[in-house]
Design a binder for this molecule. Structure first.
Ligand code: GAL
Length: 417
């Protein structure tokens, strides 16, 4: 007797949801598939579903999101993109240029995003003056994670400089543990490398080399030094590195098989999912030599144009909920990141997140915030993949010299438009 829409509407009214509009559907593409990541995504999903909308999960496994971006391209090419996709920095602009993104200005105005978000975050959510994406968080890249028992048993403290890190590595090897857990995938290698550049050469050089791709910086002795140190870190790792997922490297730290991991704070999501307490069961500190600097990436959901009015309503509700205090707190506690909005009580967060919040503000004031290359904030998609490929090949092939790797990076810079 009733059409499916009407039936759905009466069901929603019975459930006490959907005040004005019919419930719609959001299909959300992301790559949050590890324990902590999935927990975080669930915190958003349950709020969207509580408003009566359907959440269609479109999770593509693969740290750093390369697989997800490939799938997004094929879906978009066939004229069927999801309604929301986890996109970063310049890639938001690239999709915006294609005319595929819808705008969120009404939501942004109602929630006053201009006031809520740090200006640098807000700027990256706009294309052509319109908000087209909503930020979930701010992740810090340059972190060192440590297992306190393993470190103490070897008589070492969390290292604060690269020299201390290598010295700790020797003591840990002597104690029979892997000093540094790592997964040998191009994006993980590139993540480690950008942290080494920050440690060796600081924020200004980082920006010249990794953001502006200045050939002079890329071919400099400083770059060759960073490449040399990066290769040296290989000596602190185990034989199982090739192909290992990042969360399995984190599990090595959790289980005491390895002492430390240099990786962004999605690692903290794994610690949290394992029920561990920051500052007690695991330690966090700025990556050795990077104190004062803050490498960042912003997880954001960009909105693709949708045809149906109810799906548009669902998409706008998704954006509003993503930035609601409730989701920003719950999502980021599970994810390991810090909220994108500035007005939330820090007491809701653990010691490592509170350190990140302080350090972000200090780095912002001291001009030491740097966008992550390996996590989509510095270059467009093609350039980023080419960079990661050069860096990862170098890291894994001892026949490539640091000078040769630097030359390849210079050639890449010349080859880009
Ligand atoms: C990053 C992303 C994080 C986390 C990580 C590992 O690029 O910002 O949310 O998922 O990759 O997959």
């Amino acid at each position: 007797m009733f059409g499916p829409r009407l039936r759905r509407l009466s069901l929603l009214i019975a459930l006490g949801t959907a005040p004005g509009l019919e419930a719609g559907e959001v299909e959300v593409l992301h790559w949050w598939t590890s324990g902590g990541e999935a927990q975080a995504a669930a915190r958003l999903r349950e709020r969207v579903e509580a408003e009566g909308h359907r959440w269609r999960e479109f999770a593509v496994a693969g740290g750093g999101g390369e697989g997800a971006m490939t799938v997004l391209k094929s879906r978009a090419l066939s004229g069927n993109p999801p309604s929301a996709a986890q996109l970063k920095g310049p890639e938001i602009q690239e999709w915006g240029e294609l005319g595929l993104l819808g705008e969120l200005d009404a939501v942004a105005e109602a929630q006053d995003w201009d006031a809520l978000l740090p200006p640098r975050v807000a700027a990256r959510m706009r294309h052509d003056g319109h908000y087209v994406a909503v930020p979930m968080n701010i992740h810090r890249i340059n972190w060192l994670w440590g297992n306190p028992e393993v470190l103490a048993a070897a008589g070492v403290a969390m290292p604060t400089s690269l020299d201390e890190l290598f010295a700790a590595g020797e003591a840990l090897r002597a104690a029979g543990v892997v000093p540094l857990a790592h997964g040998g995938q191009p994006w993980q290698d590139a993540t480690l490398f950008e942290t080494v550049v920050l440690a060796e050469a600081g924020a200004d050089f980082y920006r010249r080399a990794l953001v502006a791709l200045d050939p002079q910086a890329l071919g400099s002795d400083t770059m060759i030094q960073a490449l040399t140190t990066f290769r040296r870190l290989r000596g602190l790792m185990d034989e199982g590195v090739p192909g290992r997922d990042w969360h399995l490297a984190s599990a090595m730290v959790i289980e005491g098989e390895a002492a430390m991991q240099l990786m962004g704070d999605w690692v903290k999501g794994e610690f949290a999912a394992a029920g561990l307490v920051a500052g007690e069961d695991y330690l966090c500190a700025p990556a050795p030599g990077t104190e004062g600097a803050f490498g960042f990436t912003i997880d954001s959901l960009a909105m693709f144009r949708v045809a149906e009015a109810e799906d548009l309503a669902a998409q706008r509700d998704l954006a509003r909920l993503a930035l609601s205090p409730q989701v920003q707190v719950a999502f980021n506690r599970a994810k390991g990141s810090i909220p994108a909005r500035r007005d939330l009580a820090v007491a809701a967060f653990d010691a490592c997140a509170r350190l990140a919040i302080d350090d972000f503000q200090a780095a912002e004031a001291g001009d030491a915030l740097v966008p992550s290359l390996a996590h989509g904030m510095a270059l467009g998609g093609e350039a980023q993949r080419a960079w990661m490929d050069i860096v990862s090949r170098y890291f894994n092939d001892p026949t490539i010299s640091p000078e040769e790797a630097a030359r390849r990076l210079v050639s890449l810079a010349h080859a880009l438009p």
